[in-house]
Design a protein around this ligand. Structure first.
Ligand code: 5GP
Length: 141
């Protein structure tokens, strides 16, 4: 699938629009979802340009999943989460709304999550949640 470099996550990666980051290295960025489906809802994205999981280079997919696991551990610790939903929507037909591949980490039950990409979260609360995740990451490392 052809990649639109004007998508919102490409702009976040280039620093053209703000995001609340919890982790970044040369290949991956993790930041808070602006419309969280539960407190602590975090997005993990490879920096490589790819629309869906199927478009992503396998080596980048493998590396991204390692970081997904690392962030999941931090979320578990930060929120004392008993379960975390890992969600990845590939293609508009699946409900994907931002055409840059990403992994959702949602500390919630699948039965209790808020509606997908529906309601803006409180920015102050989201920032506090990010601080908790970053603190947990620092303790894990
Ligand atoms: P998708 O539907 O593509 O799987 O998920 C896209 C996610 O990106 C949604 O959960 C939505 O809330 C989130 N999102 C959309 N626009 C922005 C934005 O500008 N910043 C952040 N941080 N998240 C966004």
């Amino acid at each position: 699938m052809s990649y639109d470099d004007q998508n919102i996550f490409a702009k976040i990666l280039r620093g053209e629009i703000p995001s609340i980051k919890v982790y970044e290295d040369d290949r991956v960025l993790a930041f808070m979802d602006i419309m969280p489906q539960a407190d602590g809802h975090t997005l993990v994205i490879p920096k490589a340009s790819a629309v869906t999981l199927l478009d992503l280079d396998p080596a980048e997919a493998a590396y991204t999943i390692q970081i997904v696991q690392k962030i999941a551990r931090a979320i578990e610790k930060a929120f004392d989460a008993k379960g975390i939903v890992l969600m990845q929507l590939s293609g508009a037909a699946a409900g994907q709304t931002v055409p840059h591949v990403h992994f959702h980490l949602i500390p919630s039950s699948i039965h209790q999550m808020r509606t997908h990409a529906a309601q803006m979260g409180d920015q102050v609360a989201i920032t506090q949640h990010a601080e908790k995740i970053k603190a947990a990451l620092a303790e894990i490392d």
